[in-house]
Write a protein that binds this ligand. Structure first.
Ligand code: AMP
Length: 393
């Protein structure tokens, strides 16, 4: 069965065409600058990259071009081969605790949460509508970043602020990267042959979040009301004292939106190092003796370590710690820096075993109290698998 996994942004659309149950990627690609000058798209198929520079005035045009290209490049013989489309939806509020079949009524319910994720949800929904038009009668499924975290208890998801903010405004922790944490939890549970694992899942990339999972249920996660909270990230600050915001607004004569922009886009690894948000640049700078770059890396590692220690306590002792995403899968240096900061948990890094990128592998010694695994994430596959499951129901 061929399933499309879609991630639609405000001016972009990423797709992966996956054959299930074989879990085989047939083709993938990216539509960029939709609705702006210089739009283009690329499609990868059988090791070749096809580049098209064409006008993409809106998402519907992009989706129609995709359908045409899939046929023209002989990736599929007819559109009927596409048996389902799974869509990443960032915010499902408190309402969506699982992936759902999408129709116009469900989309209207999702749109209620647009205010909570203004950069993402409207674009996600726009993508869904474009596919509904292009592939009428084909099942469309919504897979929410927030859904996996819906099992959190109020002790974890409430902020200690006036309770009415929660009741009247929906102010609470929602958590994000849920599809990735769920995938990693599934992978490690299958690998270790247990479904009662207590897992500390560290999704550490440009965006980063740490999640405590017990027997497949999220107990707590580091991102919050928005993806700004938790650990330090590529350009995001993570947790800060909220009083910084009015202070900096006054001192720098900035608006609230401008300071929020600084916290989202000018902070984290970039803000501290002044070098880059990309950890490869940070590592290069460290190797050249740049102290701010080293400080940025140490801070990032320390924030992750702090959450691991906190969640080990919350889980009353974790069975396994996992690293995933850009840094977790690929940064030997960052993994080592984090591991050096959680030795009080009895965790022992095997430096030789840590010397690799992008594999599913254990990086601790045999006598490590908690094993640490690198588990490559695959959100597209999870989205496609949810779509197949709902289609087969
Ligand atoms: P993501 O947001 O999951 O795509 O992760 C992006 C982050 O992963 C960036 O900071 C990249 O620099 C980092 N990353 C990817 N590959 C490597 C690598 N080989 N070494 C160090 N960092 C890497």
């Amino acid at each position: 069965m061929k399933i499309l996994a879609i991630n639609a942004g405000s001016s972009s659309l990423k797709f992966t065409l996956i054959e299930l149950p074989q879990k085989e990627v047939i083709a993938s690609g990216l539509f960029e600058k939709i609705g702006i000058a210089g739009s283009m798209y690329t499609i990868k198929y059988k090791g070749e990259k096809h580049v098209f520079e064409e006008d993409l005035p809106d998402h519907s045009v992009a989706v129609n071009k995709l359908m045409q290209a899939l046929i023209d490049l002989k990736i599929i013989a007819s559109l009927e081969e596409i048996e389902g489309v799974g869509h990443r939806i960032v915010h499902g509020g408190q309402e969506f605790s699982k992936s759902v079949i999408l129709d116009e009524d469900v989309l209207k319910r999702i749109e209620k949460y647009n205010e909570l994720a203004p950069l993402h949800n409207p674009a996600n929904v726009m993508g869904v509508r474009a596919f509904m038009k292009a592939l009428p009668g084909v099942i469309q499924v919504g897979v929410f970043d927030t859904a996996f975290h819906s099992t959190m208890d109020s002790v974890q998801f409430l902020y200690p602020v006036p309770y009415a903010w929660y009741e009247d405004l929906g102010v609470r922790k929602y958590g994000f990267h849920g599809t990735s944490h769920r995938f990693v939890n599934k992978e490690i549970s299958e690998k270790l042959g247990r479904n009662d694992l207590k897992v500390i899942s560290c999704h550490i990339g440009n965006g980063a979040s740490i999640t405590a999972i017990d027997s497949g249920k999220v107990i707590d996660t580091s991102m919050g009301f928005t993806p700004l909270a938790g650990v330090m990230m590529g350009t995001r600050s993570g947790d800060i004292d909220a009083s910084l915001i009015p202070y900096v607004m006054k001192k720098l004569n900035k608006t609230c939106d401008e300071v929020m922009d600084d916290l989202n886009k000018q902070s984290g690894l970039l803000g501290i190092s002044g070098v880059s948000s990309d950890s490869r640049d940070i590592e290069d700078a460290i190797n050249l003796g740049n102290e701010k770059a080293l400080l940025a890396q140490n801070m990032y590692a320390q924030k992750v370590a702090n959450y691991i220690a906190m969640y080990n306590n919350l889980l009353n002792g974790a069975d396994v710690i996992t690293f995933t995403a850009g840094l977790g899968e690929n940064s030997i240096m960052m993994r080592e820096a984090i591991m050096a900061r959680i030795t009080s948990l009895g965790v022992k890094l095997d430096k030789e075993e840590n010397n690799f990128r992008g594999e599913f592998k254990c990086i601790t010694t045999k006598d490590s109290k908690i094993p640490v695994w690198v588990v490559p994430t695959n959100e597209e596959l999870m989205i496609a698998m949810d779509t197949m499951e709902l289609k087969n129901k």
